[in-house]
Design a protein around this ligand. Structure first.
Ligand code: BGC
Length: 756
């Protein structure tokens, strides 16, 4: 069957057809590796001078580089292949079944790098005969605005990677939600660079504390999937630095992340993976990034050019970074110093994160403990968007009948697809037993049953299910019940963009029909991005549960019945319609760039004809766009309700290099809760910026009636504009108005200070 561009079967050795010569090579390599001492065996002891953990990672890396042959150096700079994306090396037999594998150098005690995708959990675990917990999607975690939860998110993934024998994640997506129809929006952290950057920093700190190499991706401006290998993104430098690139800058500032993955697209002309401005001028020089740059899978397009631009490592194969790079080094086209810098960066990161001193040991995943964490994070991430007449929380002692309606709401909740896909423990809930595989771009429903979770809350009540496939039947059931809860979904995945922000499969009509039959209709959204909700005025309550992970249904039930008070807030705007977006449609590539066959990766490597996407909205991403254009929205950035209410008072702003903002938040109800208090700034008009920007926040727990004083120190960079001529951040002298409150459109406190 021909392969489509971007269709990427997982590399599974058992599924390959091997020729006899390949087989002999394979046996030879198995034999050779079995008689050689293992890298790990040596790395723990003092066999080499660089084994001493007291030395700095830089010194240790420099010592190793000195001892390496040219072939050993080259072997560290590329992967060993992936079916459908490159040729396969016989060495791949030692891969742990992840997306990337770089063989060990046992002679020097350097372990292999075993990379796995791990956006919301470790990928391909089912197919590898292992287990992974699925956390709520990254976008969901962003809705928690909770740096501790983000750390726990990263730490859980780090532990499970190690338990499964991996020492590097390929998670860490932070492309800004510039285009909400981007099919990977669920893998990213929303539309604001400060929120996304801080959160990814925390995720990476949690992950790397487990001695796993971290990675932030896709650098940069890979904000749509359509034609991702061909698209040339055009944007002015100031806007790029203040939006998408700022998210990376903050993420790197917050964590010593080991790797940055350069993206597929071109950025202002050059491919991101051979873009000197992105990789060297900005990342390695201005930001002083000490780690290594890994190409996205098939994102490398040259040897000498990419090397000079700052690409350190090619994945998944060795189209450019093997023979060609070696010849370039031998001929002097690529200097040894440049080659050594690539190798040193990889080794340095391995020493710094502890993957040499503390290699992963396969173990039993803490299934129960990690399920609890996944549930807790979903409880912090589910956003209450509407709650008329306090319909929620439901009183389990009073409700007598509940209708659970919606596709597969009896058995599962949807997840996001592509390389982020986690295999559901228990199998895909809608597949017959024994057919639980997760194929590329299948819809995968996690076996976390909304019906059962609600039933467990109300032993005395009647809880009945209808799939919603027949609208009349669903409405008839809703009519008989005290309350109707409609679970609806929107699926998305890597390798595609959504045609629009509507719920698919006639679900809008289903909700309208149910709402007409029962005024106590509650809608639970399982979506990967914003959705337009034409029926929003007709239903009593709306919860955004996102892709809710392994324990999604229990977490949502806890919110429905008030065991948990919702506290999450939207990390992205929900627009009224696609017509209000900066671009009415996603720009599609010309046909020639989408046609592909099983050798499509060769055409991608050579370079597909490019097409332009111009981000002329510039810095106006998300709420900055709607504010600047005076467009009303359905639900604003930073919005989310609670079962209690909060008030804000006593704002004080101490001017200074990093202004200190203090204010008081009071829980004015009698139920304990957590409020995300948001701080925005309106810059002086001379700055020529969109009306306001988020500069900080604090999530505060408050008992009923309790007040707390909150302090937020604002980084001067967040108040600055990017001056392209000076290549630096610049504070424009003038009046800065600080606004504080519970949503980007509800900011009761205001104080202006003069800054210079
Ligand atoms: C994706 C990356 C992923 C890699 C390895 C690429 O297609 O864009 O996010 O890490 O594949 O699976």
């Amino acid at each position: 069957m021909p392969l489509r561009v971007n269709q990427k079967p997982r590399c599974s050795v058992s599924r390959l057809t091997l020729s006899s010569s390949l087989l002999s090579l394979l046996f030879l390599s198995v034999f050779l590796l079995s008689v050689l001492p293992s890298a790990n065996a040596q790395s723990g002891g003092q066999a080499h001078p660089w084994s001493n953990p007291q030395l700095s990672p830089d010194d240790r890396a420099a010592m190793v580089v000195k001892e390496m042959t040219l072939d050993e150096k080259i072997s560290m700079l590329h992967g060993t292949g992936m079916a459908g994306l490159s040729p396969l090396s016989p060495l791949i037999i030692h891969s742990n079944g992840g997306a990337g594998y770089v063989p060990a150098i046992p002679r020097l005690g350097i372990p292999a790098i075993q990379m796995s995708d791990a956006a919301y959990g470790v990928r391909s675990s089912g197919e590898n005969g292992r287990y992974s917990t699925a956390l709520p999607s990254d976008l969901a975690a962003a809705a928690s605005w909770d740096l501790d939860a983000a750390y726990a998110y990263g730490a859980l993934i780090g532990r499970e990677l190690r338990d499964q024998g991996f020492n590097m994640t390929l998670g860490g997506g932070i492309n800004l939600t510039r285009e909400p129809r981007n099919g990977r929006t669920f893998e990213y952290l929303g539309e604001d660079p400060v929120l996304a950057g801080k959160l990814v920093g925390s995720v990476m700190n949690g992950l790397q504390a487990q001695h796993v190499l971290g990675d932030i991706k896709h650098y940069a401006l890979n904000d749509q999937e359509s034609g991702r290998n061909a698209v040339n993104v055009k944007i002015d430098r100031r806007s790029a630095r203040e939006s998408d690139l700022l998210a990376f800058e903050i993420g790197l500032q917050e964590s010593n992340v080991a790797a940055v993955m350069c993206s597929y697209n071109r950025f202002n002309g050059d491919y991101a993976c051979e873009n000197k401005y992105l990789l060297t001028d900005l990342l390695k020089n201005d930001w002083n990034f000490k780690g290594f740059v890994v190409s996205d899978w098939g994102g490398t397009h040259s040897a000498a050019k990419a090397s000079a631009a700052g690409l350190d490592h090619e994945e998944p194969g060795w189209i450019f970074y093997s023979d060609e790079l070696k010849a370039d080094v031998e001929s002097g086209k690529v200097s040894t110093a440049e080659l050594d810098d690539h190798v040193r960066r990889i080794l340095r990161s391995m020493f710094a994160t502890g993957v040499v001193d503390d290699p992963p040991k396969k173990g039993v995943v803490d299934v129960i403990g990690n399920m609890e964490i996944a549930q807790h994070i979903e409880e912090q991430s589910t956003v209450l968007l509407k709650n008329d007449h306090s319909l929620l929380p439901l009183d389990a002692s009073k409700v007598r009948s509940i209708a659970i309606i919606g596709p597969h709401a009896d058995v599962g909740m949807i997840s996001g697809g592509g390389s982020a896909q986690v295999d559901p423990p228990g199998g895909n809930a809608i597949m017959p037993p024994g057919h639980g595989q997760t194929h590329w771009q299948d819809h995968v429903w996690f076996p976390t049953s909304p019906l059962k979770s609600v039933q467990a809350k109300v032993s005395g009540a009647s809880v009945q299910f209808d799939s919603g496939s027949n609208l009349d039947a669903a409405a008839a059931l809703a009519k008989t019940a005290d309350v109707a809860i409609v679970y609806v979904y929107q699926w998305e995945s890597e390798g595609m963009d959504l045609p629009n922000l509507s719920l698919p499969d006639n679900q809008d009509a289903l909700i309208a029909k149910v709402a007409a039959a029962n005024p106590h209709t509650i809608v639970v959204l399982e979506t990967g991005t914003a959705v337009t909700l034409p029926w929003a005025g007709q239903v009593g309550a709306i919860l955004e549960a996102w892709y809710a992970g392994s324990k999604g249904a229990d977490a949502v039930a806890n919110i429905l019945f008030g065991d948990v008070n919702p506290s999450a807030k939207l990390p992205m705007t929900f627009p009224r319609s696609e017509a209000d977006l900066p671009h009415p449609t996603v720009v599609k590539p010309p046909k020639a760039t989408t046609d592909a066959d099983s050798q499509g990766w060769k055409r991608i490597a050579q370079g597909l004809p490019s097409f332009d996407v111009t981000y002329d909205e510039g810095v106006k991403v998300g709420y900055k766009w709607y504010d600047a254009e005076n467009k009303p929205v359905l639900f604003p950035f930073g919005f989310g309700l609670s079962y209690t209410t909060y008030s804000y008072s006593n704002l004080k702003v101490e001017p200074g290099k990093n202004p200190r903002v203090t204010f008081t938040v009071t829980n004015t109800g009698n139920r304990a809760g957590a409020e995300i208090a948001e701080v925005y700034v309106f810059l002086p008009s001379a700055a020529a910026e969109p009306p306001k920007r988020l500069v900080g926040w604090s999530k505060v727990k408050l008992n009923g009636g309790e007040s707390k004083e909150i302090t937020v120190d604002v980084d001067q960079k967040f108040l600055s504009i990017f001056n392209v001529e000076q290549n630096n951040w610049q504070l424009i002298p003038g009046d800065y108005t600080f606004r504080v409150g519970g949503s980007s459109q509800d900011l009761p406190l205001k104080e202006s200070v003069s800054l210079k």
